[in-house]
Each structure stands twice: as structure tokens, then as C-alpha cells.
Write a protein that binds this ligand. Structure first.
Ligand code: 5AD
Ligand code: SF4
Length: 451
């Protein structure tokens, strides 16, 4: 067996893509290794969303140079591939700056990796693929494998929204939805492998609009309804959503579809209309609050999550206060928050009124402590309740298992190891910082037949 090492950066979609890369390479005789030393191929599956993303990749490549040289001294060859969004954004610049790189492959061309490896092995020089042909990508990937009872399934890629801070529309390309039948087949396959929960992934997942066999384009809600018919598949989730695409049928799915978990990641980014406008978010503060109200009317207990950016160019103290006030009003179960950082090539990066670093740090701290308080409050409100938990893996203690609540919180339960892969009711005994602890609800005794 040849050794394959994949380092994954960034979002869940990259985790999904890395698993697909491993699936593609397994039939070619590669087995996954957990360190790059001595590997025959190293893949860096990169993400461009965080600050200095490209620089981090270049320094990782600097470290790999020594390993590649060591392998060559022993008469072997280590191929180095850069995949994902940094590959897409940097293109040939990568091989120019780091000549140890053999393959540069954008997220839409992953399925070409085996061919690219063959070309490099035939000493035809380096290989570069950064074209956007998403339908070809999904058609050519091998069947997925399941690792555990919860899986991701990419249904949509790319983004047409062009928020002024974000690189995704440039690196992942235009919105593309996979056809319904292809997704359904993948979901049935996963269910047959024992998967009980699927999270549908997309940069703009609720803009999903996929071709169906009936000749129509199906919405995400319709897709969810279809997937809910699959036996053995008990839980559905989706991420990430845009407020603009939170359509009525999707809200109704939260009311009607029992398998759709009561959790929604719905990024608002800012609570100030002025900032939302400058971000080109295409929604207002009131529009978002109204949406939250409709969602909560449809499903009264739902864990809401969001992304926030503080210190966007031109953000004043009053704008930031609006964000804090919005958070107080919505009450999130959990959230992610970031300091704005300019991405080359995006409109906001060129804005003149950049916010000083110290101001950004102060605002982030204030926002994060409010969000942490809300998260703890939500967890506390779960104490004493019983809820179904999907057990995914062993815990740290012997016999302990860790699963997920319907609200996506990790739940630790003693003496539950035998239930891994199953859903079982748990009484929540205590809320910890980032997880819950609980006990199995004893199986109800069967009704005794009348004598
Ligand atoms: N600066 C800070 N945060 C950003 N995000 C995207 N681009 C930037 C940026 N330039 C955040 C947004 C998005 C999340 C995935 O990352 O909040 O929703
Ligand atoms: Fe980026 Fe905005 Fe598209 Fe989300 S909706 S991926 S933040 S451009």
C-alpha cells in the first residue's frame, strides 16, 4: 500500500471533499496515514476564508519540503498536491513560490486527481486544474463510505451572493445544485451503511434548486421531504443558510418534518442596516428578526446559530450596539464570531474606513461574552429534560459514549458504549461549558398482558 496523507483546513464541505479524495485514491492502492512523514502523496485541502490562509499554506509547504527531500534521499518520491480554495485562488502562483508542489487542484476538479497523479508520475511535469465543472465532479466521484452514524452530504456548491467581505463566490464559483436523484441515491447508500443522520451541505444550501426526474426544479424543502422517506435515516440537518433564501416551504418543513432537527444556522453577520447594506447582504435587520419570529412560530423550540463579523469597514460604536441588541433579542443557542479581516480581491478590502485592530478586539470580546452567556443559558434550559441522542463515538471515560442532542450539543453518557450508532433517550443531568452530561432513560417496561 502507498501512503496518503490529507490535511484538511476549514469548513465541513472541505471535510466532505477530503473524504472523497481518499475514496478516489483508495482503489489506486493508497491507504490513509495520520502523519505526512514518508507519505507517497500529501494533499493539503485548503480553505481561503480565514486570515492569512494562503500564507499558512505556504509555511506548511515549507515544512513539507524537508520531508520530500528525505523521501528522495531514500530513493522514493513524495507527491505534493494543493487542493481546495487556496489552490483555486492562487493557481500557478503556488508552484511558482513553492516548486515542491506537483499538483494544484481547485474544489471543482477533485475528480481529476487520479489522472493528475498519473500525469505527474509519468514525469509530464506539474498538473494544474482550476476549472469550474461541478456537475462533472459529482458524476465522476466514487460511492461514498460512511464513518460513523452521522454523515455529510454536499448538495449545493458555490455562491452568487457576493457579500463584499467574502471570497467564496470567487473560489467556489457560481451556485450549482446536484440533481435530486443523485442525492437520494447517495443518501440511501449511506442509510444502508448504517448512517442515521445526514447533514446536507452547501455554501448557500437553502438556495438549493436541483433538477428532478419529474422535469421540475426542487427546493431544499422538497428535497428534505423526499429524504425523510428513507427508512433508517432518522435525522436531517442542513447548513449554511442565507436569510434571503429561507423560503416558506422550508419554514413549514421545520413545522411538519419530524426528522428535520430543531437547529438552524442562519448567519446575520451584523445587526446594523448600514453595515448590512455595505456588506451587500441583501437583507435588513427587521427582515431577519421577522424571519426568526416566523421560524419560531413554526417550531417553538429551535436552536438558532449565526455567524457575526465585527469591525467591518465603517462600523461605528452605534452600529456595533445594534448587533449586540439584535443578539439580545434573538437569543442564540450558539454562534461563531470573527473580526473582519480583508481578503484580497474582495470589495470591502479596498474600503478606506478600516476599523482599528484594538476596537475590533474589544467588540469581539464583548460580543463573544454575550454569546457565551446565551449558549450557557440554552444549555442550562436543557437540564432535567429527556431528549433523543444519537451516539456517535466513545467518550474519554471507559464505557462512556458521546452523542448529539437534537440541538447539536455534544452529550456525554456513562455506560452507553453499546449504543454507539443508535438513538436513545437521555435525561440531561447537567450543562457543562460546551456539552451536556446525562443518563440513559431506562427502557419502559412492556405492558403486561392481562391475565
Ligand atoms: N473577515 C471575517 N470573517 C469573514 N467571514 C467570511 N469572510 C470574512 C472576512 N473577510 C466569516 C463570515 C462567514 C463565515 C463562514 O466566515 O461570518 O459567514
Ligand atoms: Fe460568502 Fe455571502 Fe455567499 Fe455566504 S452568502 S458564501 S458570506 S458571499
Amino acid at each position: 500500500m502507498k501512503k496518503l496523507f490529507i490535511k484538511t483546513y476549514g469548513c465541513q464541505m472541505n471535510v466532505y471533499d477530503s473524504a472523497r479524495i481518499a475514496d478516489l485514491l483508495t482503489p489506486l492502492g493508497y491507504a490513509a496515514a495520520d502523519a505526512p512523514d514518508g507519505a507517497d502523496i500529501v494533499v493539503l485541502n485548503t480553505c481561503h476564508i480565514r486570515e492569512k490562509a494562503a500564507e499558512k499554506v505556504y509555511s506548511e509547504l515549507g515544512r513539507l519540503r524537508r520531508l520530500k527531500e528525505e523521501k528522495a534521499e531514500q530513493g522514493g518520491r513524495m507527491l505534493i498536491a494543493v487542493a481546495g480554495c487556496v489552490a483555486q485562488a492562487e493557481g500557478e502562483e503556488i508552484t511558482r513560490r513553492q516548486n515542491i508542489v506537483d499538483i494544484v487542484v481547485g474544489p471543482q476538479a477533485l475528480h481529476r486527481i487520479p489522472e493528475m497523479i498519473a500525469r505527474v508520475e509519468r514525469r509530464e511535469g506539474r498538473a494544474l486544474e482550476t476549472e469550474f465543472v461541478p456537475d462533472e465532479k459529482f458524476d465522476s466521484l466514487p460511492a461514498v463510505r460512511a464513518e460513523g452514524p452521522a454523515a455529510f452530504l454536499t448538495v449545493q456548491e458555490g455562491c452568487d451572493k457576493f457579500c463584499t467581505f467574502c471570497v467564496v463566490p470567487y473560489t467556489r464559483g457560481a451556485e450549482f445544485s446536484r440533481p435530486v436523484a443523485q442525492i437520494e441515491a447517495e443518501a440511501r447508500h449511506l442509510a444502508a451503511l448504517g448512517v442515521r443522520e445526514i447533514t446536507l451541505l452547501g455554501q448557500n444550501v437553502n438556495a438549493y434548486c436541483g433538477a428532478a426526474r419529474d422535469g421540475n426544479s426542487w427546493s431544499l424543502a422538497r428535497l428534505l421531504n423526499r429524504l425523510a422517506e428513507i427508512d433508517g435515516l432518522d435525522r436531517l440537518r442542513y447548513t449554511t443558510s442565507h436569510p434571503r433564501d429561507m423560503s416558506r416551504d422550508l419554514i413549514e418543513a421545520h413545522r411538519d418534518l419530524e426528522k428535520l432537527m430543531p437547529y438552524l444556522h442562519l448567519p446575520v453577520q451584523s445587526g446594523s442596516d448600514r453595515v448590512l447594506e455595505a456588506m451587500n447582504r441583501r437583507h435588513t435587520r427587521d427582515g431577519y428578526l421577522h424571519l426568526v419570529e416566523k421560524i419560531r412560530t413554526a417550531r417553538s423550540v429551535i436552536a438558532l446559530s449565526s455567524d457575526f463579523i465585527v469591525g467591518f469597514p465603517g462600523e461605528s460604536d452605534a452600529d456595533f450596539e445594534q448587533t449586540m441588541a439584535l443578539v439580545r433579542e434573538v437569543k442564540y443557542a450558539q454562534a461563531f464570531s470573527f473580526k473582519y479581516s480583508p481578503r484580497p480581491g474582495t470589495p470591502a478590502a479596498a474600503a478606506r474606513k478600516q476599523v482599528p485592530e484594538q476596537v475590533k478586539s474589544d467588540r469581539l470580546q464583548a460580543l463573544q461574552s454575550l454569546l457565551a452567556e446565551q449558549q450557557a443559558g440554552f444549555a442550562k434550559s436543557c437540564e432535567g429534560l429527556s431528549m433523543p441522542v444519537l451516539f456517535e463515538k466513545q467518550g474519554r471515560k471507559a464505557g462512556q459514549a458521546v452523542g448529539r442532542s437534537p440541538y447539536l450539543q455534544p452529550v456525554h453518557v456513562d455506560d452507553a458504549e453499546h449504543l454507539i450508532g443508535e438513538i436513545h433517550d437521555v435525561t440531561i443531568a447537567r450543562a457543562l461549558t460546551n456539552s451536556l452530561g446525562g443518563m440513559l432513560v431506562a427502557a419502559r417496561p412492556k405492558a403486561v398482558a392481562a391475565a
